[in-house]
Design a protein around this ligand. Structure first.
Ligand code: GDP
Ligand code: MG
Length: 444
């Protein structure tokens, strides 16, 4: 399991202050194995680890990050870079109709993706979209595109298996132009494997249509085969983008890296379900996380470091040290500290899936709600009550409960929690207190 691999790396290097020749070797070995497990091609892995090493060596390890965590950060950024860094949107900037040609093997997901794309462009970009099928080899293929195009809420240009692909394409362009369509999506036939006839046909279509986008659709589950297919298509057609389908399956995503490497074309979309809305703009960063199999742990670490209000924590520590009483204002501050980090839910969202499952959604929802209610209760108190909670007796409790819209028992529960916290504070020295605040910040 990748998460375990990498967290082992992260653990072994606790306490070292920088990444050095001697401590990077083991880490890189784990990274190499992790990438191979994720289906990344060997030459790509070699080149990649060399790059990571170069970038990581001598890096100072900031704040509470260990060298292991810092290295994973480098790996993550480099992975995202390899896949293009920033997301590249589809290019439709041309005299309408903007023609998009779909290419790929049979079963890759061309027809499905054509309809999904029609839907995406219709709904999100308010484009008037026409689809057409040049797959004359299987009569069912044309009917399939018609059905899914209807689901997408776009228009379909009819064709017949008796027509020639080139004629169909020309007529569709003519129709799209005269009926003022913004976009024409051209679905094509694929074979089970790369063959000359298929390549000749798609090349002809490309020459006649002069599409602004030529998208290579590839099944992510194909792993290394995807790379060979990509190379063959890339040699024949000037690909402008890649669509990686079936990422909802157990594909490990390594193909994404290799395909991008081989073709040099950006991955523009990812297919994430069989449904008509199952297409998303491709996000290299998220894919890097997926390959690493570690959710957004690093982002979480960074977020915690950035947002825990160190000043406030220090002030509180000083206060406790001086013997002053930890009051409800301090308690409120602690609650707010957690909110600043986006609350428990946002922390949970950043954890890998298996850890999320363990944390339990129901518990998390309850904890989150409790925290909000607790803050509401403290807000219903007067400054004096917050400062000297001992004055809060039955009458005040009733008033506070009514103000916060809760039962009196909840006010009691909050006071109890506050008292526990206060007693804990008393036992602690100020220094420990500060450490604890930091731990709260780094809490995962
Ligand atoms: P084509 O031969 O390239 O046109 O491939 P199709 O569009 O007919 O798709 C082949 C199969 O893959 C169909 O059963 C689709 O429902 C399925 N499919 C396509 N894209 C995705 C995807 O992103 N996720 C999943 N789960 N299935 C997909
Ligand atoms: Mg098809």
């Amino acid at each position: 399991n990748l998460t375990q691999r990498l967290s082992r790396v992260v653990k072994t290097l606790k306490g070292e202050a920088r990444i050095t020749e001697s401590n990077i070797q083991d880490m890189l070995r784990e990274v190499r194995l992790a990438l191979l497990e994720a289906d990344v091609a060997l030459p790509v892995v070699r080149e990649f680890t060399a790059r990571v090493k170069e970038k990581a060596l001598g890096q100072d390890v900031v704040g509470s990050l260990t060298p292991g965590q810092a290295l994973v950060g480098v790996v993550q950024r480099e992975l995202a870079d390899l896949m293009g860094g920033d997301a590249v949107p589809i290019n439709l900037a041309t005299q309408p109709p903007a023609i998009v040609l779909m290419a790929g093997l049979q079963g890759a997901g061309k027809t499905t993706t054509t309809a999904k794309l029609a839907r995406l462009l219709t709904e999100r970009q308010k484009k008037k979209v026409l689809t057409v099928s040049c797959d004359v080899y299987r009569p069912a293929a044309i009917a399939q595109l018609q059905t899914v195009t209807a689901q997408a809420g776009a228009e379909f240009f009819p064709s017949s298996p008796d027509d020639k692909p080139l004629d169909i394409a020309r007529r569709a362009v003519e129709f799209a132009r005269s009926h003022h369509f913004d976009v024409l999506l051209v679905d094509t036939a694929g074979r089970l494997s790369v063959d000359e006839a298929m390549m000749r046909e798609i090349k002809e279509l490309h020459g006649a249509l002069k599409p602004i986008e030529t998208l290579f659709v590839v099944d992510a589950m194909q792993g290394q085969d995807a790379v060979n297919t990509a190379r063959a298509f890339h040699d024949t057609l000037p690909l402008t983008g890649i669509v990686l389908t079936k990422l909802d399956g157990d594909a490990r995503g390594g193909a994404a890296l290799s395909v991008r490497q081989v073709t040099g074309a950006p991955i523009k979309f990812a297919g994430v379900s069989e449904k008509i809305d199952g297409l998303e703009p491709f996000d290299p960063r998220r894919m890097a996380d997926r390959i690493l199999g570690m959710g957004d742990i690093l982002a979480l670490v960074e977020q915690a470091q950035r947002q825990v209000d160190v000043d406030a924590a220090q002030q509180l520590a000083a206060k406790v040290k001086s013997g002053a009483q930890f009051d409800l204002n301090d308690f409120l501050m602690q609650l707010q500290q957690m909110n600043k980090m986006g609350g428990l839910q946002s922390m949970l969202d950043k954890l890998p899936a298996d850890m999320q499952a363990k944390a339990g959604q129901a518990d998390m929802n309850r904890a989150e709600r409790d925290m909000r209610r607790m803050q509401g209760i403290i807000h219903s108190m007067t400054p004096q009550e917050r400062h000297k909670p001992d004055v809060i007796k039955a009458t005040r409790k009733r008033r506070i409960a009514a103000g916060a819209g809760v039962q009196v028992q909840e006010v009691n529960r909050l006071l109890k929690q506050y008292e526990q916290m206060r007693d804990m504070m008393k036992k602690m020295k100020g220094g420990k207190m500060f450490k604890m605040m930091q731990r709260m910040g780094g809490m995962m």
